[in-house]
Design a protein around this ligand. Sequence first.
Ligand code: PLP
Length: 408
Amino acid sequence: MNTFDFTTIRRDFPALQQQVYGRPLIYLDSAATAQKPQCVTDTVNDMHRRLNANIHRAVHYLATQCTERYEQARETVRRFIHARATQEVVFTSGTTAAINLLAFSFGERWVGVDDEIIVTEAEHHSNIVPWQLLCERKGARLKVVPVDDAGRLQTNVLATLISEKTRLLCITHISNVLGVVNPVREIVRLAHTHGVPTLVDGAQGVVHQPVDVQEMDCDFYVFSGHKLYAPTGIGVLYGKEKQLEQLPPWQGGGDMIASVSFDKTTFAELPLKFEAGTANYIGACGLASAIDYLASIPLAAAHRYEQELAAYAMRQLSTIEGLQIYGEAAPKTGVVSFTIAGVHPLDAAAILDKSGIAVRTGHLCAEPLMRRFGVQGMLRVSPAFYNTPVEIDTLVVALKTAKKMLKA
Ligand code: PLP
């Protein structure tokens, strides 16, 4: 394993210092939400205690300070994902909100009867259900790209699914179940050769890979702050300016207008057109603080380490008889999901919990994928750069014990 200094990193995360049930916490559920470094909680606390006033409205000191920091946060996000301009960075409450925004706004503008939206079998529910709802509203159809047994997207099938009725292709960058990194650049290129725009769900991708939206050339990229070491309730919709320009606003209210009268309302310029109401400006500053934190650590080494840790977890877990891992295709990072023959995932997770080990269980918000692999649920460990190989070893020992207990 590379020489990533996780010992120093761990000191930045207060939550990792605690014990649960008298055992040191082993937090292996970062794909659900990541723990926060001290600098992020300090930023949020400081703003609540000292520097709080509504943005884009008043001229007083606190309001202008908050507005400036909010717009600086947008610039920080822009740099982080290499967007061309801050107009292309819309703050939302998270990935789900960003996708719903698009499903309404893009759907209103471009989708009609008999049109088609393509998603993949590996999507989180939040990149399926908003599109299904849109299809119901508009009389459009959802088409699905399958994954193979190793968790790879069947891109050869994708080519056959695209038609002249396809309006949008929605793919996950990294599946929250399989951990397989999808070849989004090639997929975007394929879609574009047919004139189809693309939405990439980066909820997991942005955490484990450097993201350059210009290089990826996707039309839209969405992610949540809370999985990226930032507070909950803040997320990002990136969209190419020429795409966002053509879309109508989704929600109406304060901050998204240029002028309002009972005869006619005109809308603010990008990105505020899509930010109705009081924004989560403190969350946005928390997100900027998390991104600054990531810039202060050796991030490329952290990403490599996460990939190695996932590979190490796969090797160690494979020593458990009857354990099956889903999504073995490389490159893989961030999550390892599995079942153990004869062991209910929930029972195993409850036993792990009593040893201080936090993992995720159930359908992992991806029921179609569960059906694809013929299971009702899985166990999922999702190591981040603050986890250690020793924690993986402890997990494996605890799982072996749990298996014995449950099979006794
Ligand atoms: N997409 C993926 C791949 C995810 O992993 C998640 C959350 O687990 C989501 C979307 C939804 O994110 P949020 O609940 O933060 O909106």
